[in-house]
Design a protein around this ligand. Structure first.
Ligand code: ZN
Length: 316
């Protein structure tokens, strides 16, 4: 049975999007305002599709249902994770996402906790991460009176920074940032502030102030995650994020490294270089799913991978 799947992304055009998904990753994007590549997605609003082997052309949600036990323990047949690459050619709206409990009740959806790895950014690039209010009353008051500059907390970001953006965290990716984002399989976003931008027809995008006030955590001032790489010969492994939904690691391979799969599938994204995993050629921009039956992955070459592994508890 097939245990190694190459996935083909889908793309989302956005008013803030650009063309770096093509120039950096070689993706066949629909326009020079493409904001997101949904590189691993089983979401009904845009699915990735298998490119290789017997399962070629099968959408990910269908593959997951067809061979569910091979992906790991549990019976939940809804694919648990979504992974995107985001090209912020302009600032994204300031936004917040609900947690599972709120999203289930109000939106009939999973909530959205997400984690970011900054693939690239210009010097002195900003990001909104949390806010300065001491409690919800203060947050609501500042938001309703439009005191955005005093309310939103700006950080300077650097290439390689990593953030765990849990549900309820006010955030915005800003102009000049290329982000790898792992998240729950959800598309519920509450927009708080959109810089009064209008689209080609002169329309502003909808804001969701009341819901945002209901789900925003206070106080909330998350900083980048600090993690030191572990050196393995010429190679380096960095544990970036671990939350209740998934873990994310970075492998900077310079000659060869072997990793073992647990009893849960792995999402593997090539963010630099090229090489091989087992007998399969890999290069920058490629995204794969390896099933536990693959057992070990021998990575060779000069290549940097991000690997996302869902938590088995979330597959039950
Ligand atoms: Zn978000």
């Amino acid at each position: 049975m097939q245990t190694w799947f190459k996935l083909k992304p889908t793309f989302k055009e956005m008013i803030w999007g650009g063309s770096r998904l093509k120039t950096e990753f070689g993706y066949d994007i629909p326009s020079d305002q493409t904001g997101e590549a949904w590189i691993i997605s089983a979401h009904p609003q845009g699915e990735s599709v298998v490119e290789n082997g017997d399962a070629a052309n099968v959408p990910l949600s269908q593959l997951y249902k067809m061979i569910r036990p091979y992906f790991g323990p549990g019976k939940n047949d809804e694919f648990p994770i979504m992974v995107k690459i985001i090209d912020a050619n302009k600032d994204l709206s300031v936004q917040v996402h609900p947690d599972d409990e709120y999203a289930r009740e109000i939106e009939d959806s999973l909530g959205k906790s997400e984690s970011w790895y900054v693939l690239d950014c210009a010097p002195d690039t900003r990001m909104v991460m949390g806010h300065h209010a001491r409690n919800s009353e203060e947050f609501n008051a500042h938001l309703l009176s439009g005191n955005y500059d005093t309310l939103f907390r700006n950080l300077t970001v650097n290439k390689g920074d990593c953030f765990d953006v849990s549900a309820g965290t006010i955030h915005a990716i800003c102009e000049g940032t290329l982000v790898y984002e792992a998240q729950e399989n959800s598309n519920v976003t509450y927009r708080v502030y959109d810089y009064d931008r209008v689209d080609a027809k002169g329309n502003k995008r909808e804001l969701h102030i009341r819901k945002a006030m209901e789900v925003t955590k206070s106080p909330c001032k998350p900083d980048p995650i600090k993690s030191e790489p572990i050196v393995v010969g010429k190679n380096r492994v960095t544990f970036l994020v671990e939350n209740e939904y998934f873990q994310m690691r970075k492998y900077e391979v310079r000659d060869q490294i072997t990793l073992e799969l647990s009893d849960v599938f792995m999402i593997i994204s090539v963010i630099e270089g090229e090489g091989r995993i087992n007998k399969n050629p890999i290069r920058k921009g490629d995204n794969f799913i390896a099933l536990p039956n693959e057992k070990t992955l021998t990575v060779q070459g000069e290549v940097t991978l991000l690997i996302v592994e869902p938590k088995a508890e979330k597959m039950m």
